[in-house]
Design a protein around this ligand. Structure first.
Ligand SMILES: [Zn+2]
Length: 117
């Protein structure tokens, strides 16, 4: 393989080619931006997004309730991981939890952790 291009192209043609590519990219970027604006502004999409978020919120609440119902200790009495609930916890990790009562809106909680999740 040689160091230079296989075919000699005059410098002016390369610059024109780059400018055309940049113009095409800019047009494509503007088109995509306007498309996404229209897509986000669509009432049908906003309604479906609201429904999706509401459903995800209730699904998360249900998961949290079920997780609370799961045992936190194995039959030998050792603490289980707070994330997977399967393996034994080997350490506690700190996590911020949203709280309306806290002055900065977050409370630090310690969660048993297995080291794998
Ligand atoms: Zn785990």
């Amino acid at each position: 393989m040689g160091d230079g291009p296989a075919v000699e192209v005059p410098q002016g043609r390369i610059e024109a080619h780059e400018t055309l590519g940049e113009t095409r990219c800019e047009k494509q970027r503007l088109y995509k931006r306007e498309y996404m604006r229209r897509w986000r502004a669509s009432l049908g999409r906003q309604t479906s997004e609201r429904a999706r978020r509401r459903s995800a919120y209730y699904a998360r609440k249900e998961r949290e309730l079920l997780a609370d119902a799961s045992p936190v200790c194995d039959p030998d009495g050792a603490a289980l991981c707070g994330y997977c609930g399967i393996r034994r916890a080997v350490e506690d990790v700190a996590r911020l939890e949203i709280s309306a009562d806290a002055p900065d809106g977050y409370v630090k909680v310690r969660i048993p952790y297995c080291g794998h999740c």
